[in-house]
Design a protein around this ligand. Structure first.
Ligand code: NAD
Length: 435
């Protein structure tokens, strides 16, 4: 099938490459000239596991190309156009549809009426009418096919999803879109456009709610002397609850969970559902990095002029994405307090530089970031950080203190090696009996 994918970010690139892998003829369009040139050369501008190999394979097979020219991309009358551009948040939390509007106006003027326009970007229910207006051709069909992938494992998630959700306006669109995913072993659910759109927001808000919930429990654990890691494990062992997304930290981030929860909350307020619960998820998350920094201050005292080392800048391991990364929030709070911050991340240094500029120092390695620091902060759970020589780390730090925002380090081993390890709700074995 001939497919056009508009937007080659984290979602569009995975979508384009995986559809090519399934045997479709794919043309990807992006406004970014340098990105398109790089992709045509087989260079992947983001860090994403398995993506470079799959891109090379499909470029060689001639199943995928990249262009800046939308008119050229749709000239061959594709069966489906996927819209994968960003949908950031407005200041009031609502979803900014301006990128979608631009694409739909452009596409609507250039495609034939039998091409189905599928919005893969996350957009709120209630936007179908306006999106049709932007397409400006009542005969063009609009569909929703929300994406549930996680950055870091996007290729695996695309090829082995839990389910595929397709929101359509007609049986024809359902059949075309179903046939597109032949080769992927997953149940496909055909629903209305609004149901598909709300499912995406509900799924992200659900994940966010579990994280904010356990983060709230972690704060209580901190204050009553309970060990949060044990609490997480014991709560998660209940099969009605499960252990996934029940890991406390200094907050969640990324380009999706925070903005989608906020957008759903805004939608609830707009339609009059009084979304108190959604509001609390956001509030807990907004407070969590501050709570972490307050804990740091309690232990280190005044941070003015003190040098600290930071390991990890991206919002999660496996990605170079720093959008809404709690690491960046924490660093900004540290800088406000006058700390000298030396940072290292195995993949996200370039993206972090665009946000943090010259306000921090960039180290060439994890050890260099720790050298001379009064404390080490581990803010992203990169597996590389588990492989370091802790004795060397202890030698280069001026005090053996670690603040583990993601609660992923081998705490027992570190305590035994003479480190002080802090997090939100992390207690030493003698202070709180652990599993
Ligand atoms: P992104 O910012 O990484 O990529 C968007 C791309 O679209 C950019 O390359 C940009 O240059 C391009 N673009 C913008 N306007 C364009 C236009 N008019 N023509 C051609 N290209 C254009 O965004 P993303 O993270 O891939 O997210 C895309 C959408 O998917 C969002 O709605 C997001 O909420 C949703 N989503 C993201 C994820 C994720 O993990 N990142 C997961 C599920 C859903």
């Amino acid at each position: 099938m001939k497919i056009v994918v508009i937007g080659t970010g984290y979602v569009g690139l995975a979508q384009g490459v995986c559809l090519a892998h399934l045997g479709h003829d794919v043309i990807c369009v992006d406004l970014d000239v340098a990105k398109v040139d790089a992709l045509n050369r087989g260079e992947v501008p983001i860090f994403e596991r398995d993506l470079p190999e799959l891109l090379h394979e499909n470029l060689l097979a001639g199943r995928i190309t990249f262009t800046n020219d939308l008119a050229e991309a749709v000239a061959d009358n594709p069966a489906v156009v996927f819209v994968c551009v960003q949908t950031p948040q407005h200041d009031d939390g609502s979803c900014d549809l301006s990128y979608i509007e631009r694409v739909l106006r452009d596409v609507g003027a250039k495609i034939k009426a039998d091409t189905i326009v599928v919005v893969k970007s996350t957009v709120p229910p209630g936007t179908r009418t306006v999106m049709h207006e932007w397409l400006n051709n009542p005969e063009i069909e609009l569909a929703a096919n929300p994406e549930f992938l996680r950055q870091g494992t996007s290729i695996q998630d695309f090829l082995h999803p839990d389910r595929i959700v397709i929101g359509v306006e007609s049986e024809r669109a359902a059949q075309v879109l179903e046939s597109l995913y032949v080769g992927i072993e997953a149940p496909i659910f055909i629903v209305s456009v609004e149901t598909a759109q709300l499912t995406k927001y509900a799924a992200n808000s659900m994940l966010a709610s579990r994280l904010s919930f356990i983060n709230e429990i972690a704060k209580i654990a901190d204050l009553v002397g309970a060990d949060i890691k044990s609490v997480e494990k014991l709560v998660g062992l209940d099969h009605r609850i499960g252990e996934k997304f029940l890991r406390s930290s200094a907050g969640f981030g990324g380009g999706c969970l925070p903005k989608d929860t906020l957008a759903l909350c805004h939608l609830g307020q707009t339609v009059g559902s009084e979304p108190i619960f959604l509001q609390s998820i956001i509030e807990v998350n907004d407070n969590q990095p501050r709570w972490f920094v307050r804990k740091i201050e309690k232990i280190l005292g005044n941070l003015d002029g003190q040098q600290v080392g930071v390991w990890g800048l991206s919002f999660n391991q496996g990605t170079d994405d720093v959008r809404y990364s709690p690491a960046i929030r924490i660093i900004e709070e540290l800088l406000e307090r006058g700390a000298k911050v030396v940072v290292y991340d195995p993949q996200a240094m370039e993206k972090a530089k665009q946000v943090l500029g010259q306000d921090v120092m960039y180290a060439a390695s994890a050890i260099e970031a720790a050298r001379g620091a009064v404390a080490l902060f581990t803010l992203t759970e990169w597996p590389q950080f588990l492989e370091v020589d802790w004795l060397e780390v202890k030698q280069v730090l001026s005090r053996p203190i670690i603040f583990d925002a993601k609660h992923f380090l081998p705490h027992q081993e570190l305590w035994e090696a003479g480190f002080e390890v802090h997090g939100i709700g992390l207690w030493r074995p003698e202070d709180s009996r652990q599993l």
